[in-house]
Design a protein around this ligand. Structure first.
Ligand code: SF4
Length: 71
């Protein structure tokens, strides 16, 4: 089931500390400099908890979820 929820990153605020990719490697990979590349796909239902945790731990508030019930 599609959630319509997507993960977004602010590349200016992000300092490439990689915490998000450690929590959610299924949707966040790192570029050669350690900055996150976030999947443009919907966050699957079974990864929503991890996605919320990745948002919560980002020290720069550079990560957020958008879509139904996320605004
Ligand atoms: S946790 Fe935040 S600051 Fe660290 S790489 Fe992810 S988005 Fe960037």
């Amino acid at each position: 089931m599609a959630t319509g929820i997507r993960l977004r990153v602010d590349p200016i605020a992000c300092e490439g500390r990689r915490l998000c990719a450690e929590i959610l490697p299924e949707l966040i990979t790192l570029d050669d400099w350690g900055f996150p590349i976030v999947s443009d796909d919907d966050v699957p239902v079974d990864l929503l908890d991890e996605a919320r945790e990745a948002v919560r731990v980002c020290p720069k508030l550079a990560l957020w979820l958008e879509g139904p019930r996320q605004t």
